[in-house]
Design a protein around this ligand. Structure first.
Ligand code: G3I
Length: 351
C-alpha cells in the first residue's frame, strides 16, 4: 500500500496526463512539494533536516550534482554530497530531482579551459553517462540543461554565452538530452530556466526561445518531458497571468509538462515589516501558482530552500535596510509562514 508521500513522490517522478488538463481538474489534483537542500546546512542543522523530512515529498541537491561539486579533478568524480542527500531522500521515501547535468556556471576551473568542439563533446557526454548511470532508479527527474537561454534574447541572440554554447553551438542542448535519455530511458528530462513570469518584452522572447528549443528537441525525436520554471519571483513585480496561461497552453500543444523548480520571493524592494512582506510574498506565490495551475497541472512545486535562515537571496539581492530576506515558506526558526499555507493548499489538492 503506497503512502500518500510515496504516491505524490511517484507522481513527481512519473509522467501523468496533465497535458491540456481541464482547469478544474488541474487545480484539484495534489501536487508534490519539495525543496532544494544545501549540503553544508544539511550536515550542520538538525532542524533543517527535520524540516526537509516533515514538509517535502521531493528533495533536490542544491549544489552537489553540479560540475563544481562533482568534478574537482578532471579524472575523477566526488559523489559524497550527492550520495548523502540521495540516501536521505531514499530513507524518507522522497522523490529526487537531479540539478543539473549541464550549466554554464558552477564549473570547476579545468572545465573552463576546454578549447575544442571534440574535447567539449567528449567531456559533456562522458560526464552525463557516469552521473546519470550512477543514479538510475534513484533520481527520477533531471534538470538536463540549466539556463541555456540568454537573459534578454532580444540582445545578442537566443542562447546564453557559455563554454558549451561557444564550443558546441545550440547542439549542446541536444547532446545533453540525447545522452541522458540513452543512459536512463525511464528518467524524466527537463529544460530548466528562469524569468518566464513577467509582462515585458524580454520575458515574452524568453518564452519563445524556450518553446523553440523544446520544439527542436521534439522534432528530432530527442526525449524531453518537461520545462522547469525556476520561479524566482520578484516581490515588487506583477505576475503576467494571461501571458503565463498562454505559455502553458503553448507547452501543452508541444506535449511538454511543467514543473516549478526553484520557487522563492525576492523581497528586497518590499517594505521592512515582516508580516507585510510575508503576506505579499504569499499572495504573489498564490497568484503565480493559480495562473499556472489554471491551465496546466505542474508535476511538482519545489522551493529553493525551506527556511529564511538559509537562502541565496540575502547575498544576491541585499536589502538597503540590511534586513534579512524572507523568501521562503518557513521563517528563520522553521515556523511556517503564510506562503507555506499556499503551498500546502496545492500539496493537498484544492477541495
Ligand atoms: O561549500 C563551499 C564551502 O566549502 C566554501 O568554503 C565556500 C566558499 O568558497 O563555497 C561553498 O560552496 C558554495 C555553495 O554555493 C554552497 O554554499 C559555492 O562557492 C557557491 O558558488 C554556491 O552557490 C550556489 C549557486 O547556485 C552557484 O552554484 C548557491 O548555493 C545556489 O543557491 C545557487 O542556485 C542557483 C541554481 O543552481 C540555478 N538557478 C539559480 C540559483 C540561484 O543562483
Amino acid at each position: 500500500m503506497m503512502t500518500r508521500r510515496q504516491a505524490l513522490a511517484a507522481a513527481a517522478g512519473l509522467s501523468v496526463a496533465g497535458i491540456g488538463a481541464c482547469p478544474a481538474m488541474a487545480a484539484r489534483a495534489p501536487i508534490a512539494f519539495g525543496s532544494a537542500a544545501e549540503i553544508g546546512v544539511f550536515r550542520d542543522d538538525p532542524r533543517y533536516r527535520e524540516a526537509l523530512k516533515t514538509h517535502c515529498d521531493i528533495v533536490v541537491p542544491m549544489n552537489d550534482l553540479k560540475w563544481e561539486a562533482l568534478r574537482h579533478e578532471r579524472a575523477s568524480f566526488d559523489f559524497s554530497g550527492a550520495d548523502e542527500l540521495v540516501a536521505f531522500a531514499a530513507s524518507n521515501k522522497q522523490a529526487l530531482r537531479g540539478h543539473t547535468l549541464l550549466w554554464g556556471e558552477a564549473l570547476p576551473p579545468w572545465a573552463k579551459t576546454l578549447s575544442t568542439r571534440a574535447e567539449a563533446e567528449r567531456e559533456l557526454i562522458g560526464h552525463i553517462e557516469v552521473v546519470v548511470d550512477r543514479y538510475k532508479g534513484k533520481i527520477a527527474t533531471w534538470d538536463v540543461v540549466n539556463e541555456a537561454i540568454r537573459f534578454d534574447p532580444r540582445e545578442g541572440g537566443p542562447f546564453r554565452d557559455t563554454i558549451w554554447q561557444r564550443l558546441l553551438g545550440p547542439e549542446h542542448i541536444e547532446i545533453a538530452f540525447r545522452t541522458a535519455a540513452r543512459i536512463d530511458p525511464k528518467a524524466r528530462l527537463v529544460l530548466n530556466d528562469f524569468s518566464f513570469e513577467e509582462a515585458d518584452g524580454g520575458t515574452a522572447e524568453r518564452r519563445k526561445v524556450a518553446l523553440s528549443i523544446l520544439r527542436r528537441l521534439k522534432d528530432k525525436g530527442i526525449p524531453v518531458h518537461g520545462l522547469g520554471m525556476q520561479a524566482h519571483l520578484y516581490g515588487d513585480k506583477t505576475i503576467d497571468s494571461p501571458g503565463i496561461q498562454q505559455f502553458m497552453r503553448d507547452l501543452a500543444a508541444l506535449e511538454v509538462e511543467v514543473e516549478i523548480t526553484e520557487l522563492d520571493v525576492i523581497d528586497w524592494k518590499l517594505p521592512a515589516d515582516a508580516a507585510t512582506r510575508d503576506r505579499a510574498a504569499a499572495s504573489l506565490v498564490s497568484a503565480y501558482l493559480d495562473a499556472v495551475a489554471s491551465v496546466r497541472q505542474p508535476k511538482a512545486i519545489v522551493t529553493w530552500g525551506l527556511s529564511d535562515r538559509h537562502t541565496w537571496i540575502d547575498e544576491t539581492f541585499p536589502r538597503k535596510d540590511g534586513a534579512k530576506a524572507r523568501p521562503l515558506p518557513l521563517d528563520v526558526d522553521y515556523k511556517p509562514k503564510p506562503m507555506m499555507s499556499v503551498l500546502n493548499r496545492y500539496r493537498r489538492g484544492a477541495s
